[in-house]
Design a protein around this ligand. Structure first.
Ligand code: RIB
Ligand code: CA
Length: 311
């Protein structure tokens, strides 16, 4: 099995943490770097959290780069109510032994991708798209050089989660999302329509806890936290686990059904900023349907991958 060279850009974040445990424990991935972006909590915390999770997984071989501390244009706004003030739910943070690598995340993405053959390196984006947008501004050739860009973000039939009409990652930095989608990047978008099918039920969390490894305990702890806060805030018993979806697709594409589309993002309105207009009709789109939208998901298959990775 050839290993997929992958960069993960994220804002840990409790569901980012589960995605990282999935990636750290999957031998089919060649993890080139983790890049941190401000989002759920400020980038100083998301970078620290990525290092904490890397240490728990024993993967200090993977460099962590710190990236943008604010969106391209909009004011920074977090989602601490869903991730805890420190970003790792109930987990008490600590200063990890291994530091961040030198240099900005955007520069690391450029160097790692441009230094390898075209379409060779995949990128998973699990937070606001600011780092990728900055990298594309600095090196436009990145768009054609990158392999698949698997992004957690957007919503269509499900409506929004941070506002009535927008999902958090696209709401937090709508300009970055619009800029990335306007380039030649091969974007596969895992919106709420897909991620709301992936629920952390008590049975699934208990099965993870039964694995008994530090990685499994960390992943289960994050889901337990989500279960509690989403029950309080949203009234859900089983919270969606969004961010493992792009990583799971890179590992096992047949867990998802995708549909070709054109995606446009609202960047101006305060009421609907970050809204994704996902058009499946080429005649209406008036341009080729260059992107892909995740629709059907095998949630059991995703949890099987997570359990295998943390065992
Ligand atoms: O809307 C869900 C997304 O926003 C996830 O990436 C979660 O981590 C938050 O960042
Ligand atoms: Ca995230």
């Amino acid at each position: 099995m050839t290993r997929t060279p992958l960069i993960i850009d994220c804002d840990p974040g409790v569901d980012d943490a589960v995605a990282l445990m999935l990636a750290f424990g999957s031998s089919d991935l060649e993890l080139l770097a983790i890049t941190a972006v401000g989002g759920n909590v400020p980038v100083v915390k998301t970078a620290r959290n990525a290092r904490i999770l890397r240490q728990i997984a024993g993967r200090e071989d993977v460099p962590v780069f710190m990236g943008a501390d604010r969106p391209l244009r909009r004011e920074p706004a977090g989602a601490g109510e869903f991730h805890g003030a420190e970003g790792l739910g109930d987990m008490a943070p600590f200063e990890p032994a291994a530091p961040c690598a030198d240099g900005h995340a955007a520069d690391a993405i450029i160097a790692l991708v441009m230094g390898r053959p075209a379409k060779f390196v995949a990128l998973a984006v699990l937070g606001p798209l600011t780092n990728l947008a900055l990298a594309l501004r600095k090196e436009p050739a990145l768009a054609e050089r990158l392999g698949p860009v698997a992004v957690m973000g957007g919503a269509r039939s499900e409506g929004g989660n941070i506002t009535a009409s927008a999902e958090f990652n696209f709401w937090a930095d709508p300009d970055a999302a619009a800029e990335v989608l306007a380039t030649g990047c091969d974007v596969v978008l895992f919106g709420l329509d897909a991620t709301h099918q992936v629920r952390a039920t008590t049975a699934r969390i208990s099965a993870l806890e039964a694995v008994g490894t530090p990685m499994a305990e960390a992943a289960a702890s994050m889901m337990r936290f989500s279960q509690r806060v989403e029950r309080e805030i949203v009234g859900w018993d089983a919270p969606p686990v969004h961010d493992p979806c792009p990583v799971a697709w890179l590992l096992k594409p047949d867990l998802f059904k995708l549909k070709a589309c054109r995606i446009a993002v609202e960047t101006e309105s305060d009421l609907t900023r970050g809204h994704t207009a996902v058009e499946f009709r080429e005649a209406v789109a008036g341009e080729p349907l260059r992107h892909r939208w995740a629709r059907d998901v095998d949630a059991d298959g995703i949890f099987d991958l997570i359990t295998k990775a943390v065992s």
